[in-house]
Design a protein around this ligand. Structure first.
Ligand code: UDX
Length: 431
């Protein structure tokens, strides 16, 4: 049954949720506080890049609208979907002020049947919102927790064909309503209590981050033993109990979710009087892995003062323009503080208007970035790197030294092309 749904937040999650709910046949109003964002969306421009998203938004213009006005969004809504961001505060706890603002708006919604939270929130938030709704005389409005597991660059696909749809509710009717909204989505529904549903998201992301930090630790050990981490983890991941995904060693994880959720889960544990040892180390290994990239380059070429380093890739992963918590930020910061000049290339990144990015040159192509550089660092594994004529590029560099932070290039081939090629968890090769 088609529902009238208000989605709060027009970020990655809100826009994808709104567009996919419209695709499922619902009438959706997406509300955001950013005037420029809403104006762009109303004019048919999608402010973020996500494959398939612009097409969906264009296709459903008649039942997918955008507003700045919270009351306009909730006026007819049967369901409110909360997709606002919950950034970490200085203490590591999530800042829930935007979520509470939506709760206030929902109190004025005359037709509301369910209040559903997709934003990642600390365990216990659902119970607190439930109590506030009850006190406001809204006991008949159901509460649902419906965490998202979408990865950037494949968010529309992840929404429409997920591994699972997790629904937490205090009552069966609300769980059934949230499940019904997803009719047409190709994935199993798993229903549970609200605190458990809230815990699933944080646990999934922390576990994925743990796999990567573990892979990076093994890579660093491989470097001291002469083993090749890609061979080691390729064979380890072939064990179905372990799985091959998220076992690629590199310069560490970033993005809008892993860093935030790892810190949030740690804060949650600490608030409850428990010291999460594994999680603490997972975060520390990741921080170290970024800094280590520059250390390894320095070990090879000596002090960086007066040298130009080409940074290939800025976004936290390929296929997105997102720079949030990108390892490149830490690497560029450190290169600059060591006295290097930095030139960056990225096919999609939105250059942030703050340090260190304001101080560096951006090249139009990989070849332009490499020309004249004393070293290069692969920071994001963009597929464009495969098409580079590496032999020609080596000749254009002041010194052909390349640190591959994502292990995407072939060591033997790079040596043949004239490079001193350093990668993560594999032996350095020379021309
Ligand atoms: C992630 C989760 O995948 C998603 O389920 C959740 O909802 C949000 O967080 P996303 O942040 O979009 O999605 O990116 P993802 O593709 O998972 O990569 C996260 C980071 O880990 C990237 O920086 C990536 O480069 C890094 N990574 C990933 C590795 O270093 N090694 C790997 O093997 C996999």
């Amino acid at each position: 049954m088609a529902r009238r749904i208000a989605v709060f937040g027009a970020g990655y999650i809100g826009l994808v949720t709104g567009a996919c709910l419209a695709e499922l046949g619902h009438t959706v109003v997406v509300r955001d506080i950013a005037e420029d964002k809403v104006a762009a969306l109303r004019a048919g421009r999608v402010p973020i890049y996500e494959p398939g998203l612009a097409e969906l938004i264009a296709a459903h213009a008649e039942r997918l609208t955008f507003t700045l006005d919270a009351d306009e969004a909730t006026a007819e809504a049967e369901v409110v979907y909360v997709c606002v961001d919950t950034p970490p505060t200085a203490s590591g706890d999530a800042d829930l002020s935007r979520v509470w603002a939506v709760v206030d708006s929902a109190k004025r919604a005359a037709h509301l049947k369910a209040f559903v939270v997709k934003s990642t929130v600390p365990v216990g938030t659902g119970a607190r919102i439930r109590a506030v709704l009850d006190t406001a005389g809204l006991a008949q409005v159901g509460y649902g927790s419906n965490p998202e597991f979408t990865a950037e660059g494949r968010a529309v696909r992840d929404f429409m064909r997920p591994d699972r749809i997790v629904i937490g509710a205090f009552d069966e009717a609300t769980a059934a309503l949230v499940a019904e909204i997803h009719e047409g989505v190709d994935g199993p529904v798993i229903t549970m209590d609200v605190p458990s549903a809230e815990m699933v998201k944080l646990t999934s992301n922390a576990f994925l981050a743990t796999k990567i930090s573990f892979a990076n630790e093994i890579a660093n050990i491989c470097e001291t033993t002469g083993a090749d981490v890609t061979k080691v983890l390729g064979a380890v991941g072939a064990d179905h109990r372990l799985g091959k995904h998220f076992l690629h060693a590199g310069i560490g994880w970033g993005g809008s979710c892993f860093p935030k959720d790892a810190v949030a889960l740690k804060a949650l544990a600490s608030n409850g009087g428990y010291h999460p040892q594994i999680l603490t180390d997972v975060i520390e290994v990741n921080n170290h892995q970024r800094r280590r990239a520059v250390t390894r380059l320095k070990d090879e070429i000596g002090p960086l003062t007066g040298k130009t380093v080409a940074v290939l890739g800025m976004t936290f992963k390929p296929g997105t323009d997102d720079m949030r918590e990108a390892p490149s930020t830490v690497i560029v910061d450190r290169l600059l503080s060591e006295g290097a000049s930095v030139v960056c290339w990225d096919p999609m990144a939105r250059t942030p208007a703050h340090a260190p990015w304001t101080a560096i040159r951006r090249a139009e192509s990989v070849e332009e970035a490499l020309s004249g550089a004393h070293a290069a660092m692969v920071v994001t594994e963009w597929p464009q790197l495969e098409a580079v004529d590496w032999r020609l590029a080596a000749e254009s560099m002041a010194a052909a030294v390349l640190f591959d932070g994502r292990n995407v290039l072939e060591p033997e081939r790079m040596a043949e092309c004239g490079y001193t090629y350093i990668s993560v968890g594999r032996a350095t090769v020379r021309p």
